[in-house]
Structure formats: structure tokens, C-alpha cells
Design a protein around this ligand. Sequence first.
Ligand SMILES: Nc1ncnc2c1ncn2[C@@H]1O[C@H](COP(=O)(O)OP(=O)(O)OP(=O)(O)O)[C@@H](O)[C@H]1O
Ligand SMILES: [Mg+2]
Length: 381
Amino acid sequence: MSFNLFRPSFGTYPHLLVGRDELLDEFEDTFDGILDPAGLTILLSGQRGMGKTVLLDSYRRAAESAGWLVITESSSSGLLDRLTRDHLPRLLQRYSDKPPTRLDSVNAALGPVGGGGSWTGRYPAESTLRSQITELTDALQPSGRGLVISIDEVQAADIEDLRKVGEIIQYGRREERLLAFAAAGLSTPIEELLDHPGATFLRRAEHHPIGRVSRADVRAALAGTIADSGHEIEARALDLAADAIDGYPFMIQLVGYHSLKAHRTSAPVSVDDVDAGVKAARRRLGRHIHTPALRPLSSVDRTYLLAMAQDDEGPSRTAKIAERMGVDPTYAGQYRRRLIRDGIIEPAGHGLVRFTIPYTAEHLREHAAHDALEGLSEDER
Ligand SMILES: Nc1ncnc2c1ncn2[C@@H]1O[C@H](COP(=O)(O)OP(=O)(O)OP(=O)(O)O)[C@@H](O)[C@H]1O
Ligand SMILES: [Mg+2]
């Protein structure tokens, strides 16, 4: 029997998760007996497709296997409301001995009844959240278990909601409650969020930037997933795939998936299969990663990137980029810093930078040619 065990879609746990062993060990240690409170507030940041959501899921798994309860949320408006009206009442109902929390106040005039009471309506969401979390963590504490609040795409959260949640996490920390907070989001907006006065507690979180994985890890993920799918791969084909993937986790799944899809015989996966797989993978990468990542950039940012994209192979010299742009290096340096902060490019040794995500240069070149043609046809109209 043969299958295709690659998972080329966002947020889907891969068949083999590679290159994150250290972090996974840390997650397990956090919930294992002696608690190091540092690991109880974590922030994962990185570019699209680096595997942040998947790691948030690993954190959840580590917590759950130690018996903790996990609330998983993806930030969109109404975060606080969903916590106080949906997640927490549901968990309290199940885990707290106190009279069950009622979702709605049947008779508002009666107000809270018993310890659980009717939280909604009468109190500001903030104090409701604190009381609910206090009650739930109190109920869990005797069995050595706690509560994790996990928020993906945290850059999209309402800053006020985040500030309130943060305050309660800090109270929890002071009271030594078994309470953890894990968040993940895109590099740039996270940097901006960290500057915001409402997100002080996030600045104290253990911040893990999530980047590429090593070539050895890429090869292990490919070979292992292909073997478990009931196939083999030629050594040269494996090298070709690892070259194309260039350490980028999403690309492991894309190239693996499309190479297996192109493979139609019972012989090992060949160089031709991988060639076809890489082409299909690159088309999807352009659509799902490059286009959205480059869209918000200014035209000077793009000029900087296009000057970089002239180097076919490997990193670009910052002095050379400034020369190509026809500006002085100090001016170009401002754009370099911003693009690094945005996670589009990264330092690659003294005076060198490179693109964070594979095929950004090719994408830019193809689109610059395309845009130039579009411009031309508009001028002719
Ligand atoms: N370490 C890894 N090893 C193998 N595959 C991985 C790894 N990390 C992520 N992947 C795969 O890459 C893809 C993207 O992962 P994920 O959705 O976690 O990225 P993300 O950083 O959350 O992206 P986004 O910012 O767009 O939400 C998924 O298909 C996932 O299975
Ligand atoms: Mg994600």
C-alpha cells in the first residue's frame, strides 16, 4: 500500500516534525513536575509557513499530556467575550465543584448565585475573567494540573483584550497559579505589538523566533515521510529536493507532496518526479506566501529587494545593493533594518543579507517583469 503522508496546508501537524527538538524538550520540561515559570509564558514569532501554529499545537500536546486544560483561540475580535462566555464557563462546569456557572443571567436582579455565580452581564469582562480563571485554577491545583490559554495569530488581537488577558496572567504569576499563556504570530506585527504599552506582559514572555531548519533535518523529514508513505527515493532526487526546500518547513510538505503526486511507478521517486514536484510547489508558494508577504511593502522596500534579487545565488552584499539603488549606504541601511525586522530578509554574515523565504528573488524578478509589461500596456492605452 502506498499513500501520500505529506501535509501541505497551514496549521496541519506534519507526519514528521523536524528541527524543533530543543523547543519540544523545553515544552515538555515546562509541564513536567518542577515548574520553571519562564516556560509558562511563551511567544513564537516568524514568517508565514515556518511552523508556528504547529509548534503551538506541540505546546498544547505537552500541556495536555501532563493533564493540563488548554483553551485554544485564534485572535479575532471578541476574544475576551469568547473566553468569559464560552471557554471558561464550559470548563468550570466540568471541573469546578462550586455551583455551575450559568451562561446567561436568567434573572439579572438575582445576581450571582453561589461561588460560580452568573458571570455575564453584571460584571466587567475583566473581573469576570479573573474570577473564572481563579476558580478554575483553584479547582485544578490539588491534582497538580493547570490551565493554558493559547492564542494563534496574536498580531490580529484587539490590543485592549490582550492587555486585560495579560494583566490576569500577571496576577496569576504573582499568586503562583498553574496558569500558562502561549501565543504565536507573524514577525513584523509582533515586533510592533511588543512596542505597544498594552502588551507589556508579552515583552516578558520567552520569545522564540521560529526560522528555517537544517538540511539534515529536511532530508530526514523527506526520506522518513516517503518511506512511511510506502515509497523509496533515489539519493540524487533527495538531494535535489533538499536543495529546493532550502530549510523552509512549509516547502518540505509542498515539495514532498507534489513529488509523490508526480510519481507514478513502483520504482523509487526519481529526479524527474522531484523536478515536477518542485515546479508545482513553487507555484503554490508564490500564491500563498510571496504575494501576501510582499503586498504591504513600500515601493522603496521593493526597490531594495529587487536590487538584491539581481544576485542569482546566495547572499547579497549590502554595499552592492546601495550601489545598484544609486543611494548612499546609510540610506539603504534604513531599509535593510526595516526589512530584517519585517522578516523578509535576514543577516547572512558581515555586510551580507539574504531572503528569509526561498524563491523570493525569483518571484520578485518574475513579477517585476510582469509588472513592467502591465505598465507598458497601460501606457499604450
Ligand atoms: N518542523 C517542521 N517539520 C516539517 N514540517 C513542518 C514543520 N513545521 C511546519 N511544517 C509544515 O509546514 C506547514 C506550515 O506550518 P504552520 O501552519 O505551522 O506555519 P505558520 O508559521 O503557522 O504559518 P502562518 O504564519 O501562515 O500561519 C504545514 O504544512 C506544516 O505541516
Ligand atoms: Mg499559523
